[in-house]
Design a binder for this molecule. Structure first.
Ligand SMILES: Cc1cc2nc3c(=O)[nH]c(=O)nc-3n(C[C@H](O)[C@H](O)[C@H](O)COP(=O)(O)OP(=O)(O)OC[C@H]3O[C@@H](n4cnc5c(N)ncnc54)[C@H](O)[C@@H]3O)c2cc1C
Length: 468
């Protein structure tokens, strides 16, 4: 695999290969690498691959950069009041800081402008085919890939191009995960997934039931507390609601300082409990269920307002839903409630419709890929997935280093194929490895990582590549 001669430009000019198995011509993109998606993970991949000398074609189904943070996109999960949950310095790319004048937790519109500036600064747009959706990615000739695209919405003919490598950065926060309930079809009220929630006007004056205690569920319960005539918040279990600030600093920065000092988990858990005791105290006094797990055993919820609104009677915590009936909902404790609107903030599932599930190690068809470093599929050294992570920090730094590792592994394949083969075997032995402590076993935590442990593992892999 040879990097392009002119910095970042695809090289060589496409030639046409014999037709693929569907009888369509295949355009040979030579040593070019294909990137799928131009959100945070795809943009940083385009930047890092071109910086390592590769030609790159990036396909993006939408008409702009920014992925989920671009509110104009069909599948964007952001709503009017979305701000970062992770703080600014713990979210930004390592080589492109957000402006110092921005708040600790910028608004989603600032995130979009950040991605636009990133794309302009590194001149990434010339590599991106906007309005172009990838519909199939198939392995050919051992380690090359046929990528079939069409214009978004299915207009025009499909085109197939052959690439030396593919990096998938299609995001995992756009395909709603919806629970099933007896009687839901007969329910006369309105039902929506949080992905369709955009504006407080959707809640105003209504009796609203919010289901789910992830960060989005808690945000929506707080919005409903201010907008709706009534708000119930249903959670499956009790959770620890961390404040966004501790000692006047964003909470993730305090946690990171403790991690950097290698403070043992037990001591961090004790400090966390102690902080909560000093602030909100005993959650059960507010009618919230007692957490059935220790802190750091579920994805952290950062919300300073939820307990406040429960304390003001604007949010009524309720247990899981048992069943729906035409006029309302029966809860598992037998109570009946009569919401007009039910919002399922029940998360998202990853989807890779363009790939055979087996390629990503999803042997049992559960939809859960089994990858080394949550990025590298066993047996396919020229394929990687970026951004398939649920970190206890911001994502962008982690996605940045994933694509640096991929770019360097591709260079090693060209320069030292034997060592590259040894490195590729790590994807087999390391598939499914975890980088988070003990977390609850649910699809919500499939991609949970502690950012310090994760970055250390990536650093070890980079050292291995360089023969250190
Ligand atoms: C409410 C909410 C709050 C969040 N807060 C934070 C936070 O505080 N900090 C943080 O780090 N993360 C946060 N996240 C996680 C967020 O997903 C990441 O920050 C980031 O958007 C992930 O970037 P990505 O590029 O991996 O995926 P995405 O942003 O989803 O981008 C994927 C891109 O791929 C494109 N694509 C998908 N399929 C195809 C295809 N077949 N062909 C062509 N293009 C395709 C999509 O159009 C999209 O542009 C939050 C998520 C949500 C929902």
């Amino acid at each position: 695999m040879s990097p392009s001669t002119e910095h970042g430009r695809p090289e060589p000019e496409p030639t046409t290969l014999p037709a693929n198995r569907d009888g369509r011509p295949v355009s040979d993109r030579g040593d070019t690498v294909c990137v799928i998606g131009a959100g945070a993970s795809g943009l940083t991949a385009v930047k890092n691959l071109t910086e390592h000398g590769f030609g790159v074609d990036c396909y993006e189904r939408e008409t702009g950069v920014g992925g989920g943070w671009n509110w104009r996109h069909d599948r964007s999960p952001v709503y009017a009041s979305t701000h970062l949950i992770s703080s600014r310095p713990f979210t930004q790319f390592p080589d492109f800081p957000m402006p110092d004048s921005w708040p600790d937790y910028p608004h989603h519109s600032q995130l979009l402008s950040y991605f636009e500036r990133y794309a302009d600064h590194f001149d990434l747009r010339r590599h991106i085919w906007f309005g172009t959706e990838v519909v199939r990615v198939e392995p050919v000739d051992g380690d090359r890939w046929d990528v079939t695209t069409r214009s978004t919405g299915g207009y025009g003919p499909e085109r197939t191009s052959r690439y030396a490598a593919v990096l998938v950065a299609n995001g995992h926060n756009w395909s709603p995960k919806l629970p099933r309930y007896e009687g839901l079809e007969e329910f006369r009220g309105e039902v929506m997934h949080a992905s369709s929630y955009k504006d407080p006007a959707q809640l105003r004056g209504k009796r609203v039931l919010v289901v789910g205690a992830g960060n989005t569920g808690c945000d929506l319960a707080v919005e409903a507390a201010q907008q709706a005539s009534r708000c119930w918040h249903s959670t499956r279990r009790g959770y620890w609601y961390a404040p966004k600030y501790v000692l006047g600093r964003p909470a993730d920065q305090v946690n990171d300082a403790l991690l950097a000092l290698r403070v043992p988990l037990r001591l961090r858990q004790w400090l966390y409990h102690w902080t909560l005791r000093l602030t909100v105290g005993d959650l059960t006094r507010f009618g919230l269920p007692k957490p059935d797990h220790r802190v750091y055993e579920t994805h952290p919820i950062a919300n300073s307002q939820l307990v406040y609104y429960v304390g003001h009677g604007e949010i009524t915590p309720v247990p899981e839903l048992a069943r729906f009936h035409p006029g309302g909902v029966t809860l598992t404790d037998g109570r009946e409630i009569d919401p007009e609107l039910v919002v399922f903030a029940t998360g998202y599932l990853p989807r890779f419709e363009f790939l055979d599930p087996g390629v990503l190690g999803d042997a049992d068809g559960s939809g859960r890929p089994r990858l080394w470093l949550h990025a590298f599929p066993p047996g396919h050294p020229t394929l990687a997935v970026a951004g398939l992570l649920q970190p206890d920090s911001g994502l962008f730094t982690l996605a940045h280093w994933q694509s640096v590792l991929f770019a360097r592994s591709l260079l090693l394949r060209r320069e030292q194929p034997q060592r590259a083969a040894a490195f590729a075997s790590r994807a087999v032995s390391g598939a499914g490895e975890r980088y988070a402590g003990k977390v609850k076993d649910s699809s919500r935590h499939w991609f949970e990582v502690g950012h310090v442990d994760y970055l250390r593992a990536v650093q070890r892999a980079l050292d291995e590549l360089e023969g250190k």
